[in-house]
Design a protein around this ligand. Structure first.
Ligand code: GLC
Length: 790
């Protein structure tokens, strides 16, 4: 039984139940003072709750939800007793108390997952109208918490509290809050299982996981509705996939977007950009993209060029392309207030800029000086913005776009952003900045993605955004903003990528080496060792503190840097396959240990190691001068990537970490597909792939995804998804392959690289025919039998 709760004078709460209604999509319960609760069974595992305090609901509109997500309308039952209503799907029970509307969620077998303390309650918002809508739940025994996007803190959020309000935080630190992104999904794990709560409310929102009161978790928002989705697991991983499917996934990126990328604020003039690119080739550092930061523009006017620094953008882009580089440019939301600037004029003439409540434009200083800002929440404005990309994409040949400062960030004002009285269209649901702030950046990225895509002639693109809300991953990848070149920030980058990935945003990465300050050679090495395992892999720096190209830190650093970037390029088919699993199933590409084995309590507070894809475990070195490092291996058997030595999991080890070795472990039974090293994606016409086959006493399944790496034909089935089923018994190993999809792959052969086999291999049979150990095997094989194990 929960303790009797005491409400403050300002707090209001639901009273006695009076009636209920069953509609197509929801069950509605009404209380004596006209409060209404709608319960929507969305799928067997997802139940949505919405409350209306005064009897009428706001219009049901969300930027977060993916329109491709189709509610299953699951079978459910409703039971009414004297005290309760119980709504049951096959996977979850939602129990509502008739006395006070308090909710308890239980698993299908009746175990309590979550129960309410004060439950839903609210305070009148005297300043703005509406209510501060709040919910508090009992912190369950042994409960841990994960999620919430880009928070730079320990992976387990227990005993901490947070705010979601997109903020430009130059040089943030551990525990700085809020940062750029607002992603109101958290997961909880307790003795009875795991669940997620997605609080789809875009106002400034707050989460407390036992910080103010040790036994209470709560979440609340400064306005809008109490509107949340309860997502059951019973595993964290399942809850995460369900949330990700609800809010959507990224499209497959062009494979080059998973290559290494080089950026600085700013490379100019044109010759310098070409020099950097040429030097990459000369020193054989594989690299796929180079970036132009704000100085390419004419006085920071978006969609213009500084013709002195860049006299021939089209020629430069073509030159870069000829040596395998894609060119990326930055675009910010602030449009310079300049009556001679055509985009400013168009914005004014068509009423595209955000205005304040009295009809005045919102004006703010950013890089170009005084600016006006498009209202990206208006469809017509997004369409205009999309159209502005025509020239740079179609004419100049820019491959992708980086959106920055879109919190929106303003200089010289304490709030760092718009005043709250700015109005937004909100796709026809007119509102103020209090509600639109957290989704502004995401709508900018959306307009950018639509525009760039439109002019890419059927080729995929890469969009990057700094700010965003749940669902932003449908339009864009992200980076983690203005970090610092310190070992603490290396750890922050590690945790942020894990947290973003479980919050639906797998396509993420940090400014490798740190944006502010210059890294030591050691830090640069340790950062690239981690960075190659993040889906978005880019070096970026402010340029104020020295160079940050791979060759800027001496010979040793250059060689180790190259070794790791080469490893990234070898692993591209593996990383691309993980991307496909994210795209197809919502599986995060980066997985914290607790999402792998939640039964093992050791994993609940570990935040250094993570799994990249299905089979590669990474342990970044986050301490200076570390010659050994403690690595926790989850249950199962693992191979040390550099020595091939095997280790048993559910145990911590001291692993040697000489400067050229970051601990990488491969799960036994894994089949890891590898390309030869290329200097950029598409440099070679690869017809043979290596399969690193890691022996296991037992069975393990691995996958390989392929498509044409650049067009959208995969959406029409032009891909191959190969499943490799590894089994060992007595004296032989078999690998069975099944392939789905319909793509005529360039990869005709595979080469086996057998690792950890107990004795020398004597024969290999491919589909019944003996072949030499070193032979190239047709990539479409059905069965390989490896003999000779003793
Ligand atoms: C912001 C961005 C940074 C960029 C700079 C100049 O600080 O976060 O990445 O280089 O602006 O555009």
């Amino acid at each position: 039984m929960t303790k009797k709760v005491v409400f403050t004078e300002k707090e209001n709460y639901p009273k006695q139940f009076v009636s209920h209604l069953v509609k197509d999509k929801f069950i509605e319960l009404e209380s004596s003072e006209e409060l209404r609760l709608r319960i929507y069974p969305i799928t067997d595992h997802i139940i949505r709750l919405r409350y209306s305090i005064e009897g009428y609901f706001m219009s049901d509109f969300s930027y977060a939800l993916d329109e491709n997500f189709k509610p299953e309308m699951p079978e459910y039952s409703i039971e009414e007793t004297t005290d309760e209503f119980v709504i049951k799907t096959n996977a979850v029970q939602c129990v509502v108390s008739k006395e006070n509307f308090k909710i308890t969620f239980k698993s299908a077998n009746g175990k309590i997952l979550s129960e309410e303390e004060k439950g839903f309650h609210w305070e009148k918002n005297e300043t703005y109208g509406g209510h501060i809508v709040q919910n508090s739940k009992v912190l369950q025994e042994n409960e841990s918490f994960y999620g919430l996007g880009d928070k730079p803190t320990d992976l387990n959020l227990k005993k901490k509290k947070f705010v979601n309000w997109g903020t430009d935080e130059y040089g943030y630190h551990k525990d700085t809050d809020p940062l750029y992104k607002s992603i109101p999904i958290y997961y909880a794990l307790n003795n009875n299982g795991a669940y997620g709560i997605f609080f789809d409310n875009t106002f400034k929102s707050h989460f407390d996981f036992g910080s103010e009161r040790a036994n209470v978790t709560s979440f609340w928002a400064q306005g809008g509705e109490m509107n949340y989705y309860f997502i059951t697991g019973p595993n964290l991983m399942d809850a995460c996939k369900r949330y990700t499917k609800l809010t959507g996934v990224a499209e497959m990126p062009p494979m080059w977007a998973l290559g290494y990328q080089q950026c600085k604020w700013s490379y100019y003039p044109e010759d310098q950009v070409l020099d950097i690119a040429n030097k990459m080739r000369e020193l054989k550092i594989p690299c796929d993209a180079i970036y132009l930061d704000i100085d390419y523009m004419d006085g920071f006017r978006c969609f213009t060029w500084d013709k002195e620094k860049f006299p021939d953008p089209k020629g430069m882009v073509a030159n870069l392309k000829s040596i395998g580089f894609q060119t990326m440019v930055i675009i910010d939301p602030g449009i310079k207030k300049d009556k001679n600037y055509s985009i400013f004029k168009e914005g004014l003439e068509n009423d595209y800029f955000c205005k304040r409540i009295d009809g005045h434009y919102v004006e703010g200083k950013v890089w170009p000086g005084d600016c006006y800002f498009p209202d990206f929440t208006k469809p017509e404005v997004r369409e205009w913005w999309a159209g502005l990309y025509k020239e740079i994409i179609e004419e100049v040949g820019i491959a992708g776009v980086w959106n920055d400062m879109n919190e929106p960030a303003l200089f010289e004002v304490e709030s760092k952003t718009f005043p709250l009285d700015v109005l937004h269209d909100y796709d026809g649901h007119q509102t103020g900045h209090r509600k639109a702030h957290n989704i502004y950046g995401m709508q900018m990225a959306r307009a950018t993605a639509e525009g760039v895509k439109k002019f890419r002639n059927g080729q995929r693109t890469l969009i990057i955004t700094r700010s965003g809300y749940s669902g932003m991953q449908r339009y864009s990848s992200v980076w983690t903003g203005d970090n610092i070149a310190t070992f603490e920030h290396l750890w922050i980058a590690d945790v942020q990528a894990q947290r973003l990935a479980i919050s639906g945003v797998s396509f993420c990465g940090s400014d490798i080496g740190g944006f502010i300050s210059q890294p030591t050679p050691e830090l640069m090495i340790r950062w690239i060792q981690l960075g190659i395992f993040h889906p978005f892999c880019r070096v970026h720096s402010s340029g104020d503190h020295g160079d940050q190209e791979p060759w800027s830190f001496g010979e040793e650093c250059l060689n180790i840097f190259r070794k790791y970037v080469e490893l990234r390029y070898q692993l591209l088919p593996y990383i691309y396959t993980s991307f496909y699993q994210y795209y197809n199933e919502g599986t995060p590409m980066i997985r914290p240990l607790v999402f792998i084995d939640q039964e093992d309590k050791q994993t609940h507070n570990r935040d250094n190691e993570f799994l990249c894809g299905d089979h590669i475990l990474i342990c970044p070195i986050i301490k200076e001068k570390a010659t050994t490092s403690k690595v926790y291996l989850p249950k199962g058997e693992w191979y040390h990537y550099w020595t091939n030595k095997s280790y048993s999991g559910a145990k911590e080890y001291d692993i040697d970490t000489p400067i050229d070795q970051m601990p990488i472990f491969i799960k036994v039974g894994a089949i890891i597909p590898k390309y030869p090293v290329q200097q950029y994606v598409g440099e070679q016409n690869i017809d043979t792939i290596t399969l690193d086959v890691y022996y296991k006493d037992g069975r393990e399944v691995s996958y390989l995804y392929e498509d044409d790496k650049n067009s959208f034909s995969y959406e029409k089935g032009e891909f191959i998804y190969a499943k490799f089923d590894f089994r060992s018994n007595q004296n032989e190993v078999s690998i069975l392959q099944t392939r789905t999809g319909n793509y005529n792959s360039n990869i005709k052969n595979v080469k086996l690289n057998c690792i950890g086999f107990p004795s020398e291999i004597t024969t290999i049979k491919v589909d019944g025919v003996d072949v030499d150990k070193e032979a190239l095997i047709s990539s479409t094989f059905t069965e390989i039998i490896i003999n000779g194990l003793s």
